[in-house]
Design a protein around this ligand. Structure first.
Ligand SMILES: Nc1ncnc2c1ncn2[C@@H]1O[C@H](COP(=O)(O)OP(=O)(O)OP(=O)(O)O)[C@@H](O)[C@H]1O
Length: 598
């Protein structure tokens, strides 16, 4: 049985987790796979299928498993079969221990989210005994706030790949609270349109045109991450909200991948054809055409105390033009978020707890990956570490409540991958920042040599020996991703020529003036932007992690059953890769380790 006590110390906070530990051989057998076998290879094992045949009594009953960790044996294959059977029966939600798996139906399901259903879950003495539903998660968090047990504040983490249904799910959660936590006066005066509940829900629609775009994977894809805090008063009524956004994909403004579109807003404003870009742009920006032209064509170089003017090459002019567009757009988006927050945020004395909804990009691995994917996957590593710590803790509580004798699971944390990316003194980020602060053009090959020299001691980084393209490969918890180094340093510097800012400050347009007057103060106090993209992102992620650590988390993993977004089509290979990327496979490993003694 339980044969040795091993302590697992997760690198996350100071949480020490004590669990069942089984001999690795019995663990592998229980799972029907080698410990390191990844999802993409899982379905190949015949022995797994034998196990499945032997253990699962009746294929017709597979859809009845409401909780994947209760499947016997719990292997990726059995889990997949259950999900598929449930999807076929139009059952879209399934528990996986303390996580909820949400399969996207890609069609509207009548009455699944109606007011009556909301009320049923809200009023039930034991909602968890009802069919799995996103409202169980919502209600659980709400009751946790009511019970005032520490940590009282809650975080609902919704993750998944593009098109999996994160925004849909977040909206469902917000609608739920806007209904069940609406103040009684609202119920009396349903006609009061601009009540806070309405304003909170509307804030989404206001951000969408500016932050969403039609992509190959989702016709209405959010190109930013967001954390929305729903503020609750002493009586747990919704009194306000605030939004924090992450990593707007501003490069989309100047360049879109083939067959994708720019942000929706560009197709919604009246498009007036202009014969002359420069004059039209100057008109829109309320600056003189001559000044705009000079800004785009001439750069000011500092030589000691003197300024020298130097004409730009054609390529430099294009970079400056795109930079101007990205700069205005990013600043406008930021302004919009501040504006929304002013309109929905409650007075700080009127609320005491919050339920936060986090809608973040899932793990990404494309044909070509660069700084954007590195940041997104780094965020996912952080969230995965948080998830695993939480999951192990919840498992422990389960075992105790089941009266099981308990020991320890030896579990490989992803701390070494995080050290590789963000560690100090030497990591991918620190070397990238070092390179970005040097006042010279970057050389991708030289950077690759540097990374190789400094980081080869970390087992999570590697290089394809025969590749001609400067790159590095990171072994993430969800799989290996190769990142191209070409252009990465420039993206990290994200340089803004000061002439562009001065130009916008001189604009006759009040909004532009307002948006950029702050820019000047920022630059004059902090010195001209030496803050790199990865440093900014790391800081904002650290603040987010602090909030998550101080709240009770609830995880919902959205799964896209097919890449074509077709209703009720379930592709096993697609699903298993996502289960792996969102950490469910890891959770299954942990759960399976406890299984033989159950
Ligand atoms: N529960 C659901 N019921 C019906 N349709 C859904 C559901 N969830 C998602 N969808 C459909 O799937 C589409 C994609 O969902 P959504 O925009 O929420 O994905 P996402 O994960 O937020 O993607 P991205 O990361 O690209 O923003 C929606 O436009 C909607 O049509």
């Amino acid at each position: 049985m339980v044969n040795s006590d091993e302590r697992c110390l997760l690198g996350c906070g100071n949480i020490e987790l004590f669990f069942f530990y089984h001999h690795p051989a019995s663990l592998s057998k229980a799972m029907g796979l080698n410990h390191h076998v990844r999802g993409s290879q899982m379905s190949q094992s015949d022995s797994v299928d034998e196990d499945v045949q032997a253990f699962l009594p009746d294929q017709d009953q597979l859809h009845t498993y409401d909780d994947l960790t209760k499947v016997n044996p719990v292997t990726p294959t059995t889990v997949l079969k259950c999900l598929q059977a449930r999807y076929r029966m139009k059952v879209f939600y399934t528990h996986a221990g303390c996580t909820l798996v949400a399969l996207n139906p890609f069609q509207s399901i009548p009455d699944l989210y109606s007011l009556d259903v909301m009320k049923e879950y809200h009023c039930a003495p034991q909602p968890q005994e009802f069919k799995p539903h996103i409202f169980i998660v919502a209600e659980k968090a709400y009751r946790n706030v009511r019970s005032q047990l520490e940590p009282v504040d809650q975080s609902l983490v919704v993750s998944g790949e593009s098109g999996a249904g994160k925004t849909w799910t977040s909206r469902c959660l917000m609608k739920y609270y806007a209904t069940v936590a609406a103040s009684s006066s609202v119920l009396k005066s349903q006609n009061t349109v601009k009540r806070i509940e309405r304003r909170v829900l509307d804030s989404n629609s206001l951000m969408e045109p500016f932050g969403n775009a039609c992509t190959l994977r989702n016709h209405n894809s959010s190109r930013f991450g967001k954390y929305i805090q729903l503020q609750l008063d002493r009586c747990q009524l919704l009194v306000g909200a605030s939004v924090q956004t992450y990593l707007l994909e501003k490069t989309r403004v100047s360049c879109q991948p083939a067959n994708e579109r720019n942000f929706h807003i560009f197709y919604q404003v009246t498009h007036q054809a202009s014969t002359c870009f420069l004059h039209r742009a100057a008109e829109l920006l309320c600056v003189s055409a001559e000044d705009l032209q000079t800004c785009l064509r001439v750069q000011t170089l500092r030589a000691g105390k003197q300024n020298m003017l130097k004409p730009c090459s054609q390529a430099q002019c294009i970079v400056r033009r795109d930079c101007l567009a990205k700069l205005i757009y990013a600043q406008l988006f930021e302004w919009l978020v501040i504006f929304i927050n002013k309109s929905i945020c409650a007075d700080k004395f009127s609320w005491c707890n919050f339920i936060g909804v986090l809608d973040v990009y899932g793990f990404e691995c494309f044909h070509i990956n660069n700084l954007e994917q590195l940041c997104i996957n780094y965020a996912n590593e952080k969230l995965q570490q948080h998830f695993v710590a939480h999951y192990l803790k919840a498992q422990q509580e389960d075992y105790v409540s089941e009266g099981l004798e308990w020991s320890f699971i030896k579990y490989q944390d992803n701390q070494s991958c995080l050290d590789l990316i963000e560690g100090s003194p030497l990591s991918v980020f620190s070397l990238l920042n070092e390179e970005s602060r040097l006042n010279r053009d970057s050389d991708a090959r030289a950077l690759k040599v540097r990374l190789e020299k400094e980081l080869c001691g970390n087992a999570n980084i590697s290089w394809h020996k025969f590749s001609q393209v400067p790159h590095f490969t990171v072994a993430h918890y969800a799989g290996k991703v190769s990142y191209q180094l070409e252009g990465m340093v420039e993206k990290n510097k994200d340089p803004v020529p000061p002439e562009l800012i001065s130009l916008l400050q001189k604009s006759d347009n009040q909004l532009l003036q307002q948006m950029f007057s702050q820019h000047q103060t920022e630059n004059s106090t902090k010195g001209l932007s030496k803050v790199t993209v990865v440093s900014k992102f790391k800081n904002s992620l650290e603040s987010l992690m602090k909030i998550l650590h101080a709240t009770t988390p609830h995880y919902t993993r959205c799964i896209k059953p097919n890449p074509e977004c077709k209703p009720l089509m379930f592709k096993k290979q697609e699903v298993v890769v996502q289960l792996e990327a969102c950490g469910i496979v890891e959770a299954i490993h942990i759960s399976a380790a406890g299984f033989p003694v159950r």
